[in-house]
Write a new protein. Structure first.
Length: 566
């Protein structure tokens, strides 16, 4: 972090950096937005700030009080960045809503945050979400929004003169409310100050620049939800701070590979489920055993590895990262064998995803790295990870009791994660405190490490381990996407059955007696964001899944089968 003396020179804030970039290199391309049919629009720093200043002036003309909450409901796009900057320049606070949320959650966030206005952008399910927007709430449509009756971004910026000067925000003013994705209940509004997001942006940008290299254009594809802290900090905020990165956006799921190949990112961050899906896509074209054999042949192995990475659009990546949930160590090793420098990190909304990161000097599969500059960490007597980050949040909006309960007396955040630390600072996550469950044997089982072992299998996309009060735990398994449509083939189904039996036996050999699984249940309907079993960041909604299968548990346990087709 910075070694500036705060008594002589205050640390710069993210908006200061943005305005510096506008002044020093207005012609540099910053954002590249696909608009359909293979066409893109580039926006320079000067154009981005011109648009944002015009919208900021419009927001001010509406008479909103300083600090008023302005919401954004949109998939990732260039105008998300511009709207956030407009909100900040105008003196307001951003509230971003996950673009996949239900009307019920959209309404909850808008009402709980007391939003004064809503920007509506790229969306797939707007007709359903529309019912969640309170009557009378002013709305503005982005250029790529669905057809609406709202005033449009382009019309407003065309008729509005830009805000002049260098608007400033104080370090303790709220920059954003980040509503958690609600994996354990109602979303909570995490309050992030300009000081906190600035320190996250500064630290991440410095870390990324060291990895990518000075003088190298940083290219990133923004596709994970910007409403989530991981993407907001590591892609948006870091690029706003750095000023030398170019951000590309994905057009759709169908064009994702083309979008990746257009961007040819030098830095690529993703979440475990997508890293698994990428691997399974490779395996669908080449069986794992054949690929493994080819990779072991000198010279040919390097050529094959490069071809695989090029096919994924990752051949220019200098550094790849994974966050949001644990990544199976075997998967990290597989990517590194291809030559991809994949490093795992650890952070949360409450510290703006600025906590731990692996790097060339501190990296071991199964560990999430060492504390990032300025971060303090310790373990409670119960093994809970406690973090104090310079990017730490100010608490939870309208929930002072929860805020008080979430921090220790000396200011460390109670993460809810259990972990182990080595003498060199390397941190291993061993599970969530709230996810631990007791079987009838009376001992606690941590599901995450067992799920990691299951997820490492090429046929498995996702898994969940549970068994509260049962004689033994069980595992639910979602098969890889390429397999699911072909399960009517008796030979393939027999192969899957055999593989799952071997997987169960192999995993159980590595577990203590009280942790061992009674069975693997193959799930028929895959978990998705749409059916409510995954959060918008693709984490499993454990309680919902457990509740959904509870009526079938007795029948599964009564069966003598080690692999059950659910």
């Amino acid at each position: 972090m910075s070694d500036r003396n705060p008594q002589t020179a205050p640390d710069p804030l993210i908006l200061d950096r943005v305005l510096d970039h506008e002044a020093s290199h207005p012609q540099r391309v910053f954002l590249t937005q696909p608009i359909g049919g293979g066409q893109v629009v580039d926006y320079t720093w000067g154009q981005v700030l011109d648009q944002s200043r015009r919208m900021a002036a419009h927001l001010q003309s509406r008479g909103f009080a300083r600090g008023a909450r302005i919401a954004i409901l949109s998939k990732n796009c260039a105008h998300f960045f511009m709207a956030e900057l407009a909100i900040w320049l105008g003196g307001y606070t951003t509230v971003a809503i996950f673009p996949t949320e239900s009307a019920e959650t959209v309404r909850f966030v808008l009402e709980h945050s007391e939003a004064s206005l809503l920007f509506v952008g790229k969306l797939d399910t707007w007709p359903q979400q529309r019912a969640g927007v309170p009557a009378g709430l002013p709305c503005i449509a982005f250029p790529l929004a669905p057809n609406t009756e709202f005033d449009t971004w382009d019309a407003i910026t065309a008729r509005t003169a830009p805000l002049q000067g260098r608007p400033a925000r104080a370090a303790d003013e709220l920059a954003m409310l980040i509503y958690t994705s609600g994996s354990t209940g109602q979303p909570k509004g995490v309050m992030t100050s300009f000081g906190a997001i600035s320190r996250a942006a500064e630290g991440i940008a410095s870390d990324v620049r060291k990895r990518v290299g000075e003088g190298v254009e940083g290219r990133m594809l923004s596709y994970l939800p910007l409403a989530h802290s991981f993407e907001r900090s590591w892609v948006e905020a870091a690029s706003l701070w750095d000023g030398h990165s170019r951000i590309f956006f994905a057009e759709s799921l169908d064009t994702f590979l083309q979008d990746l190949q257009r961007a040819r990112p030098t830095l690529f961050v993703s979440v475990p489920r997508l890293w698994l899906k990428f691997q399974q896509g490779v395996f669908a074209k080449m069986p794992p055993a054949k690929l493994d054999k080819l990779l072991g042949i000198p010279i040919i192995g390097r050529l094959v590895a490069r071809k695989v990475l090029k096919g994924l659009g990752l051949d220019a990546v200098k550094q790849a990262g994974s966050g949001s949930a644990p990544l199976p160590p075997e998967l990290i090793r597989w990517y590194r064998r291809l030559g991809l420098k994949l490093f795992e990190g650890y952070g949360m909304t409450e510290d703006n995803s600025y906590s731990h990161s692996s790097n060339e000097q501190a990296s071991e599969p199964g560990y999430v790295g060492v504390p990032m500059p300025g971060v303090q960490v310790k373990l409670s007597p119960e093994g809970e990870i406690l973090i104090k980050s310079p990017a730490q949040c100010s608490g939870y909006f309208k929930q002072p009791e929860l805020t008080a309960a979430s921090f220790t007396e000396d200011g460390f955040f109670r993460t809810g994660d259990r972990g182990e630390r080595r003498a060199d600072g390397m941190l291993k996550i061993t599970g969530r405190t709230k996810e631990l469950f007791k079987t009838a044997k009376g001992k606690y089982v941590a599901p995450a490490p067992i799920e990691n072992r299951l997820n490492a299998h090429a046929m498995v996309e996702l898994s969940l381990v549970s068994g509260v009060g049962q004689a033994e735990a069980y595992a639910l398994v979602v098969l890889a996407e390429a397999l699911r449509p072909r399960l009517g083939d008796a030979a393939l189904r027999a192969d899957v059955q055999r593989e799952m039996e071997q997987l169960l036996a192999g995993v159980n050999r590595e577990l203590a007696d009280y942790e061992r699984l009674r069975m693997i249940v193959v799930v028929r309907e895959p978990w998705s964001i749409e059916n409510g079993m995954l959060t918008p960041t693709m984490k499993i909604r454990r309680a919902r899944i457990e509740a959904a299968v509870e009526p079938q548990l007795d029948g599964w346990y009564a069966s003598s089968a080690s692999v059950v087709w659910g």
